[in-house]
Write a protein that binds this ligand. Structure first.
Ligand code: SF4
Length: 472
């Protein structure tokens, strides 16, 4: 069970989106737009905290950005400094207490924290803190960072943060604020993306550059692995607070999670995905008439495959963009219907054709199987399935919600068996070498879900419900 619901995930679920603005009037409104652009990273809850220099206020709720952060709410969040968060839970249940930003009082004043990622030593740290008398109000790993900050003997918030972040292990891209400072920090491996932008004389921090674009901010650079940036009225200061051994940016940000119009880890997502498609066409050509994508996340890779193979790209499947989360995890009867609700084949394109379908990944295979049936029913003569990443055989512990290992089809089935299960004429995955050839610095990425070679020991990490206690 996940979150009290059956574990039916057939895709990797995004982590979270974080956004911050300093030095621009009506900062909360800008953060709202930033979160709006980052909505794909999390749809369970949304929140904003703002400061007018003296008073810090926040609002958060369950639901989409546009539902939670209404015009009335934004009018009550004044000031030139604000941060925000979109949540897809990777530790803790979907409850209002677990929504972010987390706003706490510490010795030095107020602190708000928005976290993207997952701490792998959360359970161990929390147990130690509870033994020393700490009381937790949420089941989020992020609250552990707040407690560590409160316990640090240092005077400055920068010093306290340095102490706190040197205790935690795993993945974090944090956007934080005090009454007058905006702070960003990334773990020493840089698992999750965070970037810096400029808006006039002001500054922004965002998970992806599409969040900067929507407010007209200019992309400056990524926040590096192990780096902390502190922004206040005197400008931005950067310091390397955590020693970076080997970077391990999540390769899935480029394959699937991030928007194609974003730059993450210094790479254009669209360009990388097109290269994935071209490389896949070289490695696994198909005798076919047309190439099509599983929209939208595979569009760029399918275009790349079409370029590489010389076959025409066609819109063989149309995605309904208005399907809400109700159709993602509902009861079995409705779930079987869900693929048809979300995708509709274009019969005139598919009838009598030999079709290459390009998808970014296969998780359980159940959704792909239903899609392939739809395409065949619409008249496709042959279906050749091509996957823009290697077979997924391991779960993620660094901030992406994945099914348990046993439910990942490639962990227990060969490519031939998966092809039979899907009902395709041929199936091919991109090789790991091919994947690595598509990024600028292949040594700087995490590929653990393809080979279970985890760059950061996962210890006794118990998954997203690790801090929920025995009631689950
Ligand atoms: S295990 Fe996979 S999904 Fe998780 S950080 Fe590594 S590459 Fe990304």
């Amino acid at each position: 069970m996940k979150n009290g619901r059956p574990d039916t995930t057939d895709s990797f679920r995004d982590a979270c989106g974080v956004f911050g603005v300093h030095g621009v009037g009506r900062a909360a409104e800008l953060v709202y737009f930033g979160l709006y652009a980052l909505q794909h990273r999390g749809q369970e809850s949304a929140g904003i905290v703002s400061s007018d220099g003296a008073c810090v206020k926040g609002h958060k709720g369950l639901g989409l950005v546009s539902d939670v952060l209404t015009a009335e709410v934004l009018a009550g969040l004044p000031g030139r400094l604000a941060i925000g968060h979109n949540r897809y839970s990777t530790t803790g249940r979907t409850t209002l207490e677990n929504a972010q930003p987390l706003l706490v009082n510490y010795q030095g004043g107020k602190l708000a924290i928005a976290h993207n990622g997952n701490l792998v030593n959360a359970r161990e740290l929390r147990r130690k803190m509870e033994a020393r008398g700490s009381i937790f109000q949420t089941t989020m790993d992020t609250e552990i960072v707040a407690h560590l900050i409160a316990h640090s003997p240092r005077r400055s918030i920068e010093g306290k943060l340095k102490d706190a972040l040197s205790e935690v292990k795993g993945a974090f891209a944090l956007v934080m604020m005090t009454e007058d400072k905006l702070i960003g920090a990334c773990d020493p491996r840089g698992f999750r993306p965070l970037c810096v932008g400029r808006l006039g004389n002001g500054w922004c921090l965002a998970s992806e550059t599409c969040g900067l674009d929507i407010i007209g901010a200019k992309y400056e650079r990524p926040v590096e692995a192990g780096e902390m940036v502190v922004i206040d009225e005197s400008g931005m200061r950067s310091s390397r607070i955590l020693r970076s051994t080997r970077k391990a940016h999540c390769i899935f940000e480029l394959i699937y999670f991030s928007r194609p119009d974003s730059t993450v880890f210094g790479e254009s997502v669209d360009k990388v995905r097109r290269k994935l498609g071209r490389t896949l066409a070289e490695e696994a050509p198909a005798r076919a008439d047309i190439v099509m994508a599983v929209p939208d996340s595979s569009n760029s890779a399918a275009l790349g495959y079409a370029e590489g193979s010389g076959l025409p790209f066609e819109l063989g499947l149309i995605r309904n963009h208005y399907v809400g989360r109700t159709f993602i995890d509902p009861v079995q009867r409705v779930r079987d219907q869900a693929v048809r609700v979300k995708f509709n084949p274009v019969r005139d394109i598919l009838r009598g054709k030999r079709v290459v379908i390009v998808d970014d990944s296969i998780v359980r295979g159940t959704t792909s199987r239903k899609l392939i049936r739809l395409v065949r029913k619409a008249g496709a003569r042959e279906v050749h399935f091509r996957v823009g990443s290697p077979p997924i055989i391991g779960s993620c512990f660094y901030g992406i919600d994945t099914p348990s290992r046993a439910k990942l089809i490639a962990s227990s089935h060969s490519v031939k068996e998966i092809a039979e299960f899907l009902g395709v004429d041929t199936l091919a995955y991109l090789s790991l070498e091919g994947l690595k050839s598509c990024v600028g610095r292949p040594g700087d990425y995490c590929y653990a879900c393809f080979g279970e070679c985890y760059p950061e020991p996962v210890g006794e990490n118990g998954g997203k419900m690790a801090l929920e206690g025995s009631c689950t």
